[in-house]
Design a protein around this ligand. Structure first.
Ligand SMILES: C[S@@+](CC[C@H](N)C(=O)[O-])C[C@H]1O[C@@H](n2cnc3c(N)ncnc32)[C@H](O)[C@@H]1O
Length: 480
C-alpha cells in the first residue's frame, strides 16, 4: 500500500478518498469493473482485470465499498490480451476487449451462478456458449451526433471539438467519442460511419447540443442482415428538415450502393433516444430482412431484434430445445418483439400467441409469420401488464400450456409477475439478458408458484461486455 491511513475505531484501516492503494483484482462485477479487496472491503475499478494487481486512487467510498481509478498496472493478468480497437478504455461501447475470451466466458458463468446463489437457488450452471468469432458480431449500432467531442490524450492542443459522431465515453452522457473503427459491429459499418460524418460536415448539418437542445442531427442507427447483406441507415433528427436530410441520404446512397434502405426518425423531445415520434421513408422498403436458422425476419427501424445474428441461431436453438412443445400445446410468447421465439416454436405447437407493446414490431411479427408460412401464430399489440391483469382471460386463444417470457433488461413489472403466478402455466421458458433482475423473480416463481428449475443455459450474445443471455426452463411441480 502506498499511503498510510488512520485505523478506525473498530480496528480496520480503510483508505480515505484520494488515497492510493494497491489491490489484487479477483473478479469482475455486473458492470464489468474489476473487484479486489482491502481488509475485507471491496474495491472496484473500471478497466482492471481479474489477475491484475493495480494501483488505484480511491475516488468514492460508499457503504463499505470503494471505487477507484486505475493509475498503474503493477502486475499483469495472465488473461490480458492486446485489444483490437484503439478506443478501448475510453469508449463506453464495450468493457473488456483486452481480456481473453475464454476467461470472459468463465467470468460470465460465475456471474450467473452467483446471481442464483444470491437468491438462495442452488443451481448447476453449465459453461456459457461462446460466440464464434467474438468480433464483428453486432447487426445494429446506434451512434450519437454531438457538438461536444471527447478529445483523446493523443490529440494536439486545439483540436476541433464541435462535431462528433460515435459513442458516449464511459460514464459521460454529454461527451461523444468520434469512432473511427469498432471491432464489434458488422463489416462495412466503419465505412458507413465515416461517410455519414463526412457528408454531414460537407452539407454543414449541425449536430445536437445536449445542453441547449438544438442542432439537427441526433443519432445514426445502422442495421444489417448478415445472411442477406441488406443494410438500413436510420438518421434520427430533431426536426423534419426534409431537403437537407434528402441531400444527406442521396450522398450516402451514392457512396454506398450496399445501402438498401434509408429512413428518417424525427425526435423533437429532449430525451436522447433514437426512436422518433414519426418516421419517414426515404429510400428502399424501410425494412431489412435477416435469416436465422432458415427462418426469415423482416425488421423495421424501431422493432427489437437480437443484435447478434450469428449467436441468435444458437440462442433460438437453445430456446426451441427448452420449450420442446409436444405438438398440441398452446404457447404464449410474452414480450415477443418481431416474433422470433413464436416463429421458432410454432412448427411444434398447436397455437402460439405473441404479446408486444411496440406497434411496428407487431406489424413485423405478423409479416414474419406470413413470410414463413405459419398460420397458427397470432400477435396481439398491447401491454403485457394489461393482458395478465385480466387474469389471462384473452378471448379465444385459450390459457397457455407454455409461456415464453423474454422481458426487457429491467425484468418483469412486479404486477406482471403476480399475473404470471396467477396464470400458472405448467411450463415457462424464461429468457433474460439481465440475470440479476431475473434471479429474484425466478426465486419467487419457485417459492410461491411451486415451479422447479429444470435447466439453465447461458449464451454469450454480447462478447466483451458484462452482459449474458440466460435461458431457464421451469416446470410447475404439480404438473409432473
Ligand atoms: C428483450 S425483447 C424480446 C424480443 C423477442 N423475444 C426476441 O427475441 O426478438 C423485449 C420486448 O418487450 C417489448 N416490451 C417492453 N415492454 C413491454 C410491455 N409492457 N408489454 C409488451 N411488450 C413490451 C419490447 O418492445 C421488446 O420488443
Amino acid at each position: 500500500m502506498v499511503a498510510p491511513w488512520p485505523v478506525l475505531a473498530h480496528g480496520v484501516a480503510r483508505p480515505p478518498k484520494g488515497a492510493e492503494v494497491e489491490v489484487h483484482i479477483e473478479r469482475l462485477d455486473v458492470r464489468g469493473r474489476g473487484v479486489g479487496e482491502i481488509d475485507g472491503y471491496p474495491v472496484r475499478a473500471r478497466g482492471a482485470l481479474p489477475g491484475q494487481t493495480v494501483r488505484v486512487r480511491i475516488s468514492r467510498r460508499r457503504r463499505g465499498t470503494m471505487d477507484g481509478h486505475v493509475l498503474e498496472r503493477v502486475e499483469q493478468s495472465p488473461d490480458a490480451v492486446p485489444p483490437r480497437c484503439d478506443h478501448v478504455g475510453v469508449c463506453g461501447g464495450c468493457a473488456f476487449q483486452d481480456y481473453a475470451y475464454p476467461a470472459q466466458l468463465r467470468g460470465l458463468r460465475d456471474q450467473v451462478a452467483a446471481a442464483f446463489a444470491g437468491v438462495g437457488l442452488e443451481i448447476e450452471v453449465p459453461a456459457v456458449v461462446g460466440c464464434d468469432p467474438p468480433f464483428g458480431y453486432r447487426n445494429k449500432m446506434e451512434f450519437t451526433f454531438s457538438n461536444r467531442r471527447w478529445i483523446e490524450v493523443s490529440e494536439p492542443e486545439g483540436a476541433p471539438r464541435d462535431f462528433a459522431l460515435g459513442l458516449h465515453i464511459t460514464g459521460r452522457y454529454d461527451k461523444v467519442l468520434d469512432i473511427r473503427g469498432c471491432a464489434l459491429h458488422f463489416p462495412g459499418a466503419d465505412a458507413l460511419l465515416a461517410s455519414a460524418r463526412q457528408v454531414a460536415r460537407e452539407l454543414e448539418l449541425t449536430p445536437w447540443d445536449v445542453h441547449q437542445h438544438e442542432g439537427l442531427l441526433r443519432h445514426l442507427v445502422l442495421r444489417h442482415g448478415f445472411a442477406t447483406a441488406e443494410t438500413m441507415v436510420n438518421l434520427v433528427t430533431s426536426e423534419d428538415a426534409t431537403e437537407a436530410v434528402d441531400a444527406w441520404s442521396h450522398a450516402m446512397c451514392e457512396r454506398h450502393p450496399a445501402i438498401t434502405t434509408v429512413v428518417q426518425n424525427v425526435n423533437t423531445r429532449p430525451a436522447s433516444i433514437a426512436v422518433g415520434e414519426r418516421e419517414r421513408l426515404i429510400h428502399g422498403p424501410g425494412t431489412i430482412t435477416e435469416i436465422i436458422g432458415g427462418t426469415q425476419f423482416v425488421i423495421s427501424a424501431n422493432s427489437f431484434f437480437q443484435t447478434n445474428s450469428r449467436q441468435a441461431e444458437v440462442l433460438f436453438r437453445t430456446i426451441a430445445e427448452a420449450a420442446a412443445p409436444a405438438g398440441d400445446e398452446t404457447v404464449w410468447d410474452l414480450y415477443c418483439g418481431t416474433g422470433a421465439l413464436s416463429l421458432v416454436v410454432a412448427g411444434r405447437a398447436r397455437s402460439v400467441t405473441g404479446f408486444e407493446l411496440v406497434p411496428s414490431a407487431v406489424t413485423d411479427a405478423r409479416r414474419n409469420a406470413e413470410l414463413n408460412g405459419l398460420d397458427n401464430v397470432t400477435f396481439l399489440e398491447g401491454d403485457v401488464l394489461e393482458t395478465l391483469q385480466s387474469g389471462g382471460n384473452v378471448d379465444g386463444i385459450g390459457r397457455p400450456d407454455l409461456c415464453l417470457v423474454d422481458p426487457p433488461r429491467a425484468g418483469l413489472h412486479p404486477k406482471v409477475l403476480d399475473g404470471l403466478l396467477e396464470l400458472a402455466p405448467p411450463r415457462i421458458v424464461w429468457v433474460s439478458c439481465n440475470i440479476h433482475a431475473a434471479a429474484p423473480q425466478l426465486a419467487r416463481l419457485v417459492a410461491a408458484g411451486g415451479y422447479r428449475i429444470e435447466r439453465v443455459q447461458p449464451a454469450d450474445m454480447f462478447p466483451h461486455t458484462p452482459h449474458v443471455e440466460v435461458v431457464v426452463s421451469l416446470t410447475r411441480s404439480d404438473t409432473r
